[in-house]
Design a protein around this ligand. Structure first.
Ligand code: GLP
Length: 244
């Protein structure tokens, strides 16, 4: 779906998330959301906060699983996705803190494998992801599933692609400060979601969006796997859809 601009598109995505939360509430069920970071979803979160404050949208039945986190990183650090999520969403809504799940960047390396297995299990026992929100990196990554990520890959520690490190360099005040690794949900974890919405804004994403939507499905562009998902949508603006 192509919108005139990213603001309109973000409001629409927020509205659809709110509808899903309310539908689940009316059935007395939890709503399990997979959440993304980066600049792309910021206005979706702002609109969800507005719907909470002005429209009474409650998040008491919402369970969240974030896609990824740098490794290692402390939650208090500026670039931490824990900090990002609290700043843009969690600190402003009524979600119970024990229903928030974000990969832990503070683990010892030998604890990571068990943590990742437990993360997968927790998604399953929560009922599976009802909706996964995604952005896309210039390498075609979803979460931090860089080129080479397999279709059934699970939550794991990965090494960041050089292009991803360069893209994060300004956030970390220099390439040398960017962590070389991250914990990310796998492609397989994402593909198990009932519904997926990938968002992309601006001309800078036009090239990778064309490849992701129109190119052959390949582990070299992990976002192409979404072509095989029965209920995945790309929500784009004029800029990101310019090459389609
Ligand atoms: C990071 C995140 C991705 C995100 C990507 C794009 O790599 N791990 O989940 O999609 O950045 O970032 P932005 O939305 O700022 O373009």
């Amino acid at each position: 779906r192509i919108f005139d601009n990213a603001d309109k598109a973000s409001c629409q995505v927020a509205l659809e998330i709110a509808e899903l939360i309310r539908e689940k509430q009316s059935k007395g069920e939890n709503c399990v959301l997979g959440l993304a970071t980066g600049s792309t979803p910021v206005n979706v979160y702002k609109e969800l906060v507005r719907l909470h404050k002005e429209d009474g949208l409650s998040f008491k039945n919402v369970i969240t699983f974030n896609l990824d986190e740098y490794f290692p990183i402390e939650p208090k650090e500026l670039q931490s996705y824990v900090r990002f999520m609290h700043e843009y969403l969690f600190d402003h809504i009524d979600i119970p803190s024990d229903q928030i799940n974000i990969p832990d960047g503070t683990l010892a390396k030998e604890e990571v494998y068990d943590f990742c297995q437990a993360y997968e299990e927790k998604i399953e026992t929560s009922g599976g992801l009802d909706l996964q929100i995604l952005g896309i990196g210039r390498t075609g990554h979803i979460g931090f599933n860089e080129p080479g990520s397999g279709e059934v890959s699970e939550t794991r520690l990965i090494t960041l692609d050089h292009m991803t490190v360069m893209d994060a360099a300004s956030d970390f005040f220099g390439e040398e400060n960017v962590p070389t690794k991250a914990i990310t949900m796998g492609v397989g974890t994402i593909m198990k979601a009932d519904r997926i919405i990938l968002m992309a804004w601006g001309e800078g994403k036009a090239g990778i969006i064309k490849k992701a939507l129109e190119g052959p499905v390949s582990d070299q562009i992990p976002a192409t796997y979404l072509q095989k998902h029965p209920n995945a949508e790309f929500i784009l603006d004029e800029g990101s859809s310019a090459e389609l």
